[in-house]
Design a protein around this ligand. Structure first.
Ligand SMILES: Cc1cc2nc3c(=O)[nH]c(=O)nc-3n(C[C@H](O)[C@H](O)[C@H](O)COP(=O)(O)OP(=O)(O)OC[C@H]3O[C@@H](n4cnc5c(N)ncnc54)[C@H](O)[C@@H]3O)c2cc1C
Length: 658
């Protein structure tokens, strides 16, 4: 069957709704009171930018039908295999009998359906969390991993170190405890790491465009991953001898084993991305040189790697280590030799990484000195507990005044006691020194975790500009993009992943000459509706840890992960707040019917077109505004009707059916 299209002529539509009524009648979709606001359950959804769903008329009105994607994410995400793609026509269909609305069984399961799940909304990479958990609960591990990898190339890494905002906002937390989303990520990805045949995403036919990526942290690697999938020729230039950025150079191996990082990076190599390590961009090679070699776009994911100075006397004494320099040396197997007593200044995760690493390097006494109280400490609770179990001491409400040394080597730190006053702009109580409370702590070594900043010397001033458009990540030069910590300052792995993904979308559009801004910002507002009474409390599966006495002696992994049994139990705790397919659809065209307790969407009147009839909407249209037929003819007709239609002929207003 030839590729078919459905098109609406916006100039002819008079907003009479006949098509909608016909669609609703034909497909037996009945309006009902439970419909969410702005969610009217029929297949043709008419929208107006100005007047909301289902306005009367307007040139600003368009239909948003199903695109019948070549590689539909909704199909991938369905735990019940209720979604299929017809082999002959390419039409994507939802089987109403099989679809259970993602566990919507009245009175027994499920929160009231919401369009956007809080977990997906709060994940910076917007992973279809409900979808992959639903697949995992059904034992469909490979499908679950493929669904994660559609949005995030590093599930094994994020399954270990992500700060999991998804769990913080999980509706299940209002009943007992949030679902262990991060641990499930890890479980699925680790299965793949151990598999004989790894999952490698499909790569499209090779395109001419050449992209240079500077920095192989999660931002740069992610950008490469998505551009490689689109068929671009991608080369990564990395200053360090190994790829991975802070994953490899900052985060210690006992939290993130090196073979896990290497395993996930290998997939990107297998997709054809070239990795050139040991290249200091800006010094060894420049933008101008690579432009001359035909590179058409650049992504700078150079991170935020320059340690800030604390700015007190004695900072240059031997034995004082900026945290990142210290951790990098540990991570590249050239650790400094430490004395017996180590003081770590700071209260974030980097401080704990440094302190726990110092213990593992043999320091007998390791003290974390933090200027606020325990409640204000930015490090995660798990990190604090694990460190304390390993013998790390924590002293709060103290701040260093000067480092004291003899023979150019640090011997002690003078501190002053602090008290907390009104909250500052970060919302945390502001610390202020208490005069006359100075005291000293002996220290053989001091590790300072004050903060990081970006070194932009890789871009000479006439070539680049590090301020970028916040949506497209494009810089002043149209072929230069930047993202991750380099632009935001030190943040998180998953935020760097999200930036790399957005940059890849922009670079692809840049090559195709498409508007970089169009349809980029999705509304992630959600309504949390937990039906607590429908659930029996069931605590989350515990993550087992190695014994503290044993683990503080080496850099082997501390957390041991979930077993298959506990992973399945944990996955079953997910309430399915929404429907997996609805979360996946990039066009927002799948809807949930409260009446039928299932999802539904346009199937182009599959039965009708198979017996040579038109889709009902096209048949009933009073003004002949809906055209259905072979794609090229429809397009030609659109062109014949004049420029205005073409201008409005966005990708969303045409259906492609092979
Ligand atoms: C100790 C520590 C622990 C952390 N723990 C966590 C955690 O548990 N969870 C979490 O989510 N986040 C954590 N983070 C933060 C996280 O690692 C970063 O937010 C993330 O790695 C940023 O990714 P990026 O790609 O933007 O930059 P980076 O990971 O910093 O990568 C930048 C890369 O660019 C390279 N580069 C720089 N300049 C050049 C140049 N001129 N030429 C070529 N290459 C260059 C660098 O060598 C580096 O490889 C931690 C950070 C640190 C320091």
């Amino acid at each position: 069957m030839k590729q078919l299209s459905l098109m609406i002529d916006l100039n002819r539509c008079i907003g009479c709704s006949t098509c909608i009524v016909a669609c609703r009648n034909y497909h037996e979709i009945i309006d009902h009171a439970l419909a969410m606001p702005n969610e009217i359950p029929y297949y043709i959804r008419v929208e107006s930018r100005e007047r909301g769903v289902f306005p009367n008329v307007g040139v600003d009105t368009w239909v948003m039908p199903c695109q019948h994607c070549p590689d539909p994410k909704c199909l991938l995400s369905c735990p019940e295999r209720a979604i299929s793609k017809d082999a002959e026509t390419g039409i994507v269909r939802i089987d109403r009998e099989t679809c259970n609305g993602c566990k919507t069984i009245p009175e027994t399961m499920a929160a009231e359906k919401i369009k956007i799940n809080p977990c997906t909304a709060h994940c910076p990479a917007h992973i279809n969390i409900e979808g992959y958990i639903g697949l995992a609960a059904n034992g469909k591990y490979k499908e679950a991993l493929a669904l994660i990898k559609a949005e995030n190339p590093f599930p094994s890494i994020c399954g270990r170190v992500c700060f999991h905002p998804c769990e913080t906002h999980c509706n299940r937390g209002e009943i007992d405890e949030p679902v262990s989303i991060r641990a499930l990520h890890r479980f699925l990805a680790d299965l793949d790491l151990k598999a004989e045949t790894r999952y490698v995403p499909p790569v499209k036919d090779r395109k001419d465009g050449k992209v240079a990526i500077v920095g192989s942290g999660p931002a740069g690697l992610t950008c490469a991953y998505y551009l490689a999938q689109e068929g671009y020729q991608v080369a990564i230039f990395e200053k360090a001898p190994v790829p991975g950025g802070m994953l490899t150079l900052g985060i210690p191996a006992y939290r993130l084993p090196r073979d896990v990082i290497e395993g996930e990076i290998q997939v990107i190599r297998d997709m054809g991305v070239e990795m050139k390590t040991g290249v200091d961009f800006g010094r060894d090679v420049t933008v101008a040189e690579l432009r001359g070699e035909g590179y058409g776009a650049f992504f700078f994911g150079v991170g935020s790697q320059v340690c800030k100075k604390i700015g007190i006397d004695g900072e240059d004494l031997t034995g004082i280590h900026p945290a990142y320099d210290f951790l990098m040396k540990v991570n590249i197997q050239t650790p400094p030799s430490l004395g017996k007593r180590v003081v770590v200044i700071g209260g974030g995760n980097a401080a704990f990484d440094a302190a726990r690493s110092a213990r593992r390097l043999g320091a007998e006494e390791v003290i974390i000195a933090y200027r606020r109280g325990m409640e204000e400490m930015p490090a995660s609770q798990a990190e604090i507990q694990e460190a304390e179990a390993e013998g790390v001491q924590i002293k709060t409400l103290i701040y260093p005044v000067r480092f004291i040394g003899t023979e150019n080597r640090v011997r002690s730190v003078e501190f002053i006691k602090m008290r907390l006053t009104e909250p500052d702009e970060s919302g945390r109580k502001k610390p202020e020194p208490i005069p006359g409370t100075e005291f000293t702590l002996d220290a053989d070594d001091v590790i300072v975790t004050i903060g990081q900043q970006t070194d932009w010397s890789c871009l000479t001033s006439d070539e680049g500009f590090f301020q970028v458009d916040p949506v497209t990540l494009q810089g002043r030069d149209p072929d230069i993009f930047a993202g991750g910590d380099a632009v935001t300052g030190p943040r998180t792995v998953v935020e760097a992943i999200a930036a790399g993904k957005e940059a890849a979308i922009s670079i692809d559009r840049h090559f195709r000459g498409v508007d970089l801004h169009e349809n980029r910002v999705k509304d992630w507002t959600y309504t949390a509706k937990v039906q607590k009474e429908k659930f029996d409390p069931a605590g989350r599966a515990p993550m087992s840890l190695r014994d503290p006495g044993e683990r503080e002696k080496d850099f082997n992994e501390v957390c041991l992960g979930l077993t298959e049994e506990t992973a399945r139990q944990e996955a079953a705790r997910c309430q399915s707040c929404g429907c997996a397919c609805i979360q996946s659809c990039p066009y927002g065209v799948i809807q949930y019917s409260f009446q039928k307790k299932s999802s539904h969407k346009c199937d182009l009147c599959f039965e009708r077109i198979h017996v040579g009839e038109m889709p009902v909407c096209a048949e009933v249209c009073l003004t002949d505004a809906i055209t259905f037929g072979e794609h090229e003819l429809v397009r030609q007709q659109a062109e014949d009707r004049g420029k205005k239609i073409l201008k409005n002929l966005s990708r969303e207003s045409i259906l492609y059916v092979k």
